[in-house]
Design a protein around this ligand. Structure first.
Ligand SMILES: Nc1nc2c(ncn2[C@@H]2O[C@H](COP(=O)(O)OP(=O)(O)OP(=O)(O)O)[C@@H](O)[C@H]2O)c(=O)[nH]1
Ligand SMILES: [Mg+2]
Length: 217
């Protein structure tokens, strides 16, 4: 049974009678959006997460693509995790969606971003994609401006031979030169989504930020 515990629709209290006693469990629902320029690897991140979190997925998930494998609308899946905080067991239900990077579908991107609790910005290491990285990052900032939505920045395709250097990438996006922010979080997560490298860590770090933001902001 699920009943509303307060006015906040993200937060519900679930009362379940398991093994003869009533366990009280809080349920929190979040939405994470993968955002970035066209073909930077958002859908690849999504597929790798779906594999890695296979045991905790709530639905099969779906991908809506054009015939050439580009995202038309979005990819989406829901996962269920447990998280203990101050002796309360929370059930965290997270919907993961990827926005399309294609310029011509700008309006759908804004819609996909609606209600996001956190964003993974997926940038492309191809030096020729630097302008697109910058444009997409500016676009994201304009949508999330003033909303204080937590985000992490992923620099994908680190396996490319001519991959842009981390320094040039940070300078291009106007990011701090340091490796980490004051709270110890990496400024940029280098990934190879194709192989699944660091995809899960990047997602889990964002989830912690989202949960922290929810309780303390
Ligand atoms: N070399 C390399 N290629 C990658 C990596 N990640 C993704 N790709 C390739 O990049 C291409 C685009 O990947 P997608 O995941 O479809 O990109 P997307 O960001 O979802 O693209 P749109 O939905 O069209 O915006 C595919 O051919 C992937 O195989 C990576 O880490 N390294
Ligand atoms: Mg895609």
């Amino acid at each position: 049974m699920i009943v509303d515990s307060d006015k906040d629709e993200k937060r519900k209290v679930e009362i379940n009678s398991e093994s003869g006693f009533n366990a009280l469990k809080e349920v929190l629902q979040f939405k994470v959006v993968y955002w970035g320029p066209g073909e930077s690897g958002k859908t690849t991140n999504y597929f790798r997460l779906r594999e890695k979190f296979d045991a905790v997925k709530l639905n099969k998930g779906y991908s809506i693509e054009t015939t050439d494998g580009r995202t038309l609308w979005q990819d989406s899946i829901r996962l269920s995790f447990y998280f203990n905080l101050k002796e309360v067991k929370f059930n965290i239900i997270t919907q993961i969606v990827t926005a399309t990077g294609q310029e011509r579908f700008l309006s759908t991107r804004e819609y996909v971003l609606d209600g996001a609790d956190g964003v993974v910005f997926v940038a492309d290491s191809d030096p020729e994609k630097m302008e697109q990285n910058k444009r997409s990052f500016r676009e994201l900032s304009s949508f999330t401006h003033d909303k204080g939505i937590p985000y992490v920045i992923q620099l994908n395709k680190r396996d490319l031979e001519n991959a842009v250097s981390l320094e040039d990438f940070k300078a291009g996006l106007g990011l701090p030169k340091t490796d980490e922010f004051d709270d110890g979080a990496p400024v940029v997560y280098p990934t190879v989504a194709l192989k699944g490298d660091s995809v899960r860590r990047c997602f889990e770090d964002l989830m912690l930020q989202i949960i922290f933001n929810y309780f303390y902001n």
